[in-house]
Design a protein around this ligand. Structure first.
Ligand SMILES: Cc1ncc(COP(=O)(O)O)c(C=O)c1O
Length: 362
């Protein structure tokens, strides 16, 4: 049987997400020890998982024979409390990526448009394409979302607009006043997905809760994969208009979030010492990388998250050279940014190591 003939036609046009190479594969290819590799490619927390999350998971191991709470009842209460909202405002996903896909299930179909920034997080366009929707690419303004141009791109066919602030991979954030102006000008048939994956690293947050409470069509995304250090568990959440959240709940898997992730997230949310330490170290690390990279004559966008975006000339070639030395960064060809790379801010020694390696190249 030729399975190619059986597949839905869209399958062949679906672009695929290319994740960073796993540590195991890099170690094997270059004959390196896994411990000797610095992975600065996926904006993970270089200080590891939240210790409180680890303790919560250890206590929950004996119960993994039971299905998880399919509604994430306790976790939603904790998140709601954290945001001064109620549980009906919250949906928990298998990573915030799952919430993006749920938005597609509910709201997208062929003929509808999704408005995105030209260098925005790739999953937005993958999901739009998965559901046959058109991707309307809006050029960015010095690697930041051009919200005025995005507003102009909205038509009667637009169903979803994605804004990440700070944006991945460019790291640039929009000012609160611009975001509010955008929200206030949004027509009723459009849903804004405001992605706050790096919120905990910011000094100032736009705070869209008042707009959510007013009943606007907004869902904000957060994740436990970044500052909380739980990327491997796959857990993130959306908070927004309860009517919108109720629709997303209709299309998710009954047990989409496993029980260890749920307790880990509850622990992590109150791990304030860990969060403060990570944020402080990230700020120092960013300063060090921006200075060090600028001293090498490179154009650096420090942004406000846990990574820097750097113009290096040939991103792919540099990626390969660094990888052979046991340092993994992110080349950005898949974002149509072949001259740029993204470097996750590491520990002090990781930051020094990559700067030393780059001194040999520039
Ligand atoms: C802007 C943005 N949104 C969403 C995600 C996905 O996060 P999660 O691991 O929760 O699926 C990422 C991950 O890198 C991101 O950078």
């Amino acid at each position: 049987m030729n399975y190619l003939d059986l597949a839905n036609p869209g399958v062949f046009d679906q672009p695929m997400y290319i994740p960073g190479k796993p540590l195991y594969a890099v170690a094997k290819e270059y004959g390196l020890k896994i411990d000797a590799i610095d992975k600065l490619a996926s904006n993970e927390n270089p200080f590891g998982p939240s210790p409180k999350a680890l303790r919560s998971m250890a206590n929950a191991l004996d119960s993994v024979h039971l299905y998880p709470d399919g509604s994430c009842t306790e976790l939603k209460e904790v998140i709601a409390n954290h945001l001064s909202l109620s549980s009906e405002n919250i949906i928990v996903g298998n990573g915030s990526n799952e919430v993006i896909e749920l938005l597609g299930h509910v709201f997208l179909r062929p003929g509808l448009d999704v408005v995105v920034g030209s260098y925005s997080f790739i999953v937005y366009r993958l999901v739009a394409r998965l559901f046959g929707a058109n991707v309307i690419d809006v050029p960015m303004d010095d690697f930041k979302h051009d919200l005025k141009a995005m507003r102009k791109a909205i038509t009667s066919n637009t169903r979803l607009v994605f804004i990440a602030s700070p944006n991945n991979p460019t790291g640039m954030a929009n000012h609160r006043s611009e975001i509010i102006e955008f929200i206030e000008s949004m027509p009723e048939h459009v849903i804004l997905c405001f992605d706050e994956a790096y919120a905990e690293y910011l000094e100032e947050l736009p705070d869209l809760v008042p707009f959510i409470l007013e009943g606007r069509n907004i869902i904000c995304l957060r994740t436990f994969s970044k500052i909380y250090g739980l990327g491997g568990l796959r857990i993130g959440y959306g908070y927004g208009n309860p009517k919108l959240i109720a629709l997303l709940n209709r299309v998710r898997q009954p047990f989409n979030v496993n029980s260890l992730s749920q307790v880990a997230a509850i622990g992590a949310l109150s791990d304030f010492d860990f969060l403060n330490q990570c944020k402080k170290a990230n700020n120092l690390g960013r300063k060090r990388l921006v200075e060090g990279l600028s001293d090498l004559g490179l154009k650096v966008y420090g942004g406000s998250a846990n990574f820097v975006f750097v113009q290096v000339g040939q991103g792919q070639a540099l990626f390969k050279k660094l990888q052979a030395k046991g340092i993994i960064i992110r080349p950005l060809d898949s974002y149509k940014l072949p001259e740029y790379i993204r470097i996750t801010i590491g520990t002090e020694s990781q930051n020094e190591r990559i700067l030393t390696a780059l001194e040999q190249e520039f």
